[in-house]
Each structure stands twice: as structure tokens, then as C-alpha cells.
Write a protein that binds this ligand. Structure first.
Ligand SMILES: Cc1ncc(COP(=O)(O)O)c(C=O)c1O
Length: 489
């Protein structure tokens, strides 16, 4: 294929036809969600080496690569994709990716993508407004000022957590940027925080020993009393608390920490409060479920992935600060190119991001909102949360299954307890399910016990699909048990 529009058009048409078939067949519940092959075999079947050596991919032959590629991809739009917290995205967000693929506007500096830069500022304001951090309520308020919040899109939630904690470090120890991280800083986080938090803390130079784990209750939620005691302990030991981190919601369970109580404690001690809302901040869009986010008004920073519950393709997340100044202070490389120091039109977000070149991530979210409207987004979130509660009731009603908690968001842990209910046995079941390829589910430990786990993130998933899954798990468990009994005897 030559690099010109004339050759682009026919290949895109063919790719589009193939994608149509792929999507149509993905929607069928009985289709295969995931068909894995050993890596070397798959490489051979895609002829990767030959393509690299000879080139020549064009509209005449693209299917020879693409059909194999699609067959062995994860089928995110199958109703039985109920795996990780990665959206079975709204196709409208893929249109943003397609347009970016044609125009390639990395918009961290305004002049490299003015339209995308404006879309990002409006999307940030939309998110701030949902958090109650945009007092004017004006989505076109592009000013930077302390009274309002601010934020920026990053390539994923892990990067967003790192950026938020950098803001927390700048607030308590502004000298750290030049002199390195002081030795007396600690971060308090629940035992079960996402691993990107502990990574960020090491990257920021605090070291793992300065993460203080706050005990969790029977549902793995942070215990506010334990937090208060630990803050007092740390302060009396001469430590400075850089941040308290809370889950909204926890990765394993989808349960929310008591943000309101945690927020009140942080406010009493004047400590930075960070909410990891990668998955669950989307409850802010729902009248019915925003109650889980009560306490957001106390937070100093929050992250919110759009490629989880806001239905966009990967990767896209926002890091939000309640006070714009904290975002401005996070990175102290103030150059002459800063938006308010130059006379150019527009604004640059580059001073506030780890990334230098940055994709127009917020346009993905814009396309979903523009397609469905806010109400459509709210309906989607309500539906997924409601359905997960129904599914939980159904699984719980099966006497050979167990669900350890009442769900809040759309993540559910369950396990088969008909015969062998050891951790190793649950993993065997999970592996067998994934190898069969009819369903894609995950697995996680909750209170030291291994569970099967799923995220009801796909708008096409029905209770009926879960009934089939329960049936399959039961069958697999019984046949695994037979094999084990044979070995024993
Ligand atoms: C609570 C939480 N925080 C952060 C992340 C990391 O987000 P990302 O995968 O976008 O880097 C995840 C991912 O699942 C998560 O569940």
C-alpha cells in the first residue's frame, strides 16, 4: 500500500467490511470470546516476518492478515466477555480513534491540535462538574483559577494516579522537585489499593516502607477508625502525611470505601485526600448511584478512567484536582512556553502531564457522549450496576455457589463450593473456562480466598448468559473432581 489517500480508501473499505463481520459475529452469545494459540504458531499464521521482509500489504490481500488477527483477538463485544475492567466500548469512541489515525493531532500543545485541545478542556469540565468541582457549572470556562478544579487526560489510570500523587507531594514538600523526596513523608492507603498506587509511591521516591497499609473490614473496605488512629500514630512519630488514598471502588470487589468518613478525617487533619476512582467514579453520572461517591467534595484529587465505565476504547483516563493550583504546581518545569506566559491563542496541557506527546484522549469520551447524550451514559451505568445485583441474587440462590458480599458496582466475586472449594480448584475452573473460550472471566483473592470474578461491563450481557456460565462452571467442576478422584484412587 502506498502512502496516499487513493490507496487508503479501498483498504479501509475492506477493513471496514471485515470489522462489520467481526462485530456481527461477536454479538452472538454462542460465538467464541477468546481463542488462544501458542505465540509462535500465531506469529506464523499471521506471517508477521514475511510482511516485514516484503511489505506489500494492500486492499488486495489485507484479509490474509486481518482474518487471523481478528479471530485470535479478545472479542470484547461478545455478551460473554465479562472479564477485566476494560470497556466493551461504545463504537462511537472508536470513530475518534479512526479520525486520529487519519489526522494524527497530538494536542498537548494547543497548536498541535486546537480542536482536540478544546474538546479535552470541555470534557475535563464535564467531569469536574459531575464531581461538584466546577462552581460556575460553565463547561466553556477555560480559566485556570484556585476556586475551580482542573485536570488533564492521561494515558490510563496508572499514569493518572502517579500524576495525582505528584500533586500531593508538591503540596506538602514543594522543595522535593529540586532536592528529592524528603524522608519523613508517608502515604496511607487501604491494604487492597490498586498496585499502581504502590508503584507510583516508589517512582516518587518515597519507597515501599513509607506506604502505611490501613486495615480493611470484612468487605475489604478501609476502616475509618483505623485510619484516624494511624494518622495520629504517624504524626506523633514525626512523619508528614503526603496523602490518604481511598478506593472508589476496589478493584477486586467493586465496593466503595466510606469516602465521606475518610474525607471528614482528612479534612480534620488537613491531609491530602486522593480518590482512586478509576472504575467507580462513573457513579457520579448516575442519580441512583452517586451516593457511593458521597465525600468526593472533600477530595483534593481523583482519577477517573474513561476506558472502564465511560465506554471508551483504551487508553484514556483523567486526573482531576479540586484546586487548579495543585495541578499547576505538580510539575515545576515552568518554561516560557506556558499558556499564560505567551500571547498565542489557546492553552497547552503539556506542563501538567508526564507525557510530552499526548493523543487526543478526551475525544473518545466526547464521541460517546455525543452519540448517547448524558442520559444514555447514565442509563448504561444504572443498567450495569442493577444487572450485577440481579446476577448476584441468582448465583447466591444456587446452593453450590457462594458470593461473599452484596455488590455495589458491576464487579462480582463468586465461587463454586459443590465439592473441592480450595483456591487451587477455583483457579483450575477459571483456566478451564478461559480455555474453552465460551466465556472470558477473571479470578481474584478476597480475604485470602480465591474467587472467580467478573465485571458486567458489556451492555449485551443478559442474566441468561450467566445462567449458562453457572451451568458450565458446575459441569467443569464436576469433571475436574472426577479426574482428581481417579488420580487419588
Ligand atoms: C482502582 C484502580 N486504579 C487504577 C487502575 C489502573 O488503571 P489503568 O489500567 O487505566 O492504568 C485500575 C485498573 O483496573 C483500578 O482498578
Amino acid at each position: 500500500m502506498k502512502n496516499n489517500a487513493a490507496e487508503f480508501h479501498p483498504i479501509i473499505k475492506k477493513v471496514n467490511d471485515r470489522l462489520n463481520n467481526y462485530l456481527e459475529s461477536s454479538y452472538t452469545p454462542s460465538s467464541i470470546v477468546l481463542s488462544q494459540k501458542p505465540a509462535a504458531l500465531l506469529a506464523e499464521e499471521m506471517h508477521i516476518k514475511e510482511w516485514i521482509e516484503k511489505g506489500g500489504l494492500s486492499d488486495k490481500n489485507v484479509e490474509t492478515f486481518l482474518d487471523v488477527y481478528l479471530e485470535h483477538s479478545q472479542h470484547m463485544h461478545s455478551p460473554r466477555y465479562i472479564g477485566h475492567q476494560v470497556s466493551s466500548h461504545h463504537l462511537a469512541s472508536g470513530i475518534a480513534d479512526f479520525i486520529h489515525g487519519a489526522i494524527n493531532n497530538p494536542m498537548a500543545i494547543y497548536e498541535m491540535g486546537p480542536s482536540a485541545a478544546v474538546v479535552e478542556r470541555v470534557m475535563i469540565n464535564w467531569m469536574l462538574d459531575k464531581a461538584g468541582w466546577l462552581p460556575s457549572g460553565d463547561l466553556y470556562d477555560f480559566s485556570y483559577q484556585e476556586q475551580k478544579g482542573d485536570g488533564v487526560f492521561t494515558h490510563g489510570g496508572s499514569m493518572a494516579n502517579l500524576t495525582a500523587l505528584l500533586g500531593a507531594r508538591a503540596a506538602i514538600a514543594p522543595e522535593a522537585w529540586k532536592e528529592g523526596t524528603p524522608k519523613d513523608l508517608v502515604v496511607l492507603a487501604p491494604e487492597v489499593s490498586h498496585y499502581s498506587i504502590s508503584r507510583a509511591i516508589s517512582i516518587l521516591g518515597l519507597g515501599q516502607n513509607n506506604i502505611i497499609s490501613i486495615p480493611v473490614d470484612d468487605e475489604e473496605r478501609m476502616q475509618p477508625n483505623a485510619l484516624k488512629n494511624e494518622i495520629e500514630n504517624q504524626l506523633s512519630a514525626g512523619k508528614r502525611i503526603m496523602a490518604v488514598v481511598a478506593n472508589a471502588c476496589a478493584t477486586t470487589t467493586g465496593l466503595y470505601d466510606p469516602l465521606n468518613e475518610i474525607g471528614e478525617i482528612c479534612s480534620t487533619f488537613n491531609v491530602w485526600f486522593h480518590i482512586d476512582g478509576a472504575h467507580g467514579a462513573s457513579a457520579l453520572v448516575s442519580q441512583k448511584y452517586r451516593k457511593y461517591m458521597k465525600g468526593v467534595e472533600y477530595a483534593d484529587s481523583m482519577i477517573w478512567d474513561t476506558h472502564k465505565m465511560l465506554r471508551t476504547t483504551t487508553l484514556s483516563a483523567a486526573v482531576l484536582f479540586r484546586n487548579a493550583q495543585h495541578m499547576i504546581d505538580a510539575f515545576q518545569q515552568k518554561g516560557s512556553y506556558l499558556f499564560h506566559e505567551k500571547e498565542n491563542v489557546g492553552f497547552d496541557v503539556m506542563p501538567y502531564t508526564i507525557e510530552c506527546t499526548k493523543a487526543p484522549l478526551a475525544t473518545k469520551l466526547f464521541w460517546v457522549l455525543a452519540a448517547e447524550g448524558e442520559k444514555g451514559m447514565e442509563d448504561y451505568i444504572d443498567h450495569q450496576f442493577d444487572l450485577t445485583k440481579q446476577i448476584r441474587d441468582y448465583i447466591k440462590s444456587q446452593e453450590d455457589f457462594e458470593c461473599p458480599y452484596e455488590t455495589e458496582a458491576n464487579i462480582l466475586c463468586f465461587r463454586y463450593i459443590g465439592n473441592d472449594s480450595t483456591n487451587a480448584f477455583q483457579l483450575k475452573i477459571r483456566n478451564a473456562i478461559v480455555t474453552q473460550g465460551k466465556f472470558y472471566i477473571t479470578s481474584a483473592e478476597f480475604k485470602g480466598i480465591r474467587y472467580l470474578r467478573f465485571t458486567v461491563i458489556n451492555e449485551r450481557t443478559k442474566l441468561k448468559d450467566i445462567e449458562v456460565l453457572v451451568h458450565d462452571v458446575r459441569q467443569i467442576a464436576q469433571s475436574l473432581q472426577k479426574d482428581l478422584d481417579l488420580v487419588k484412587n
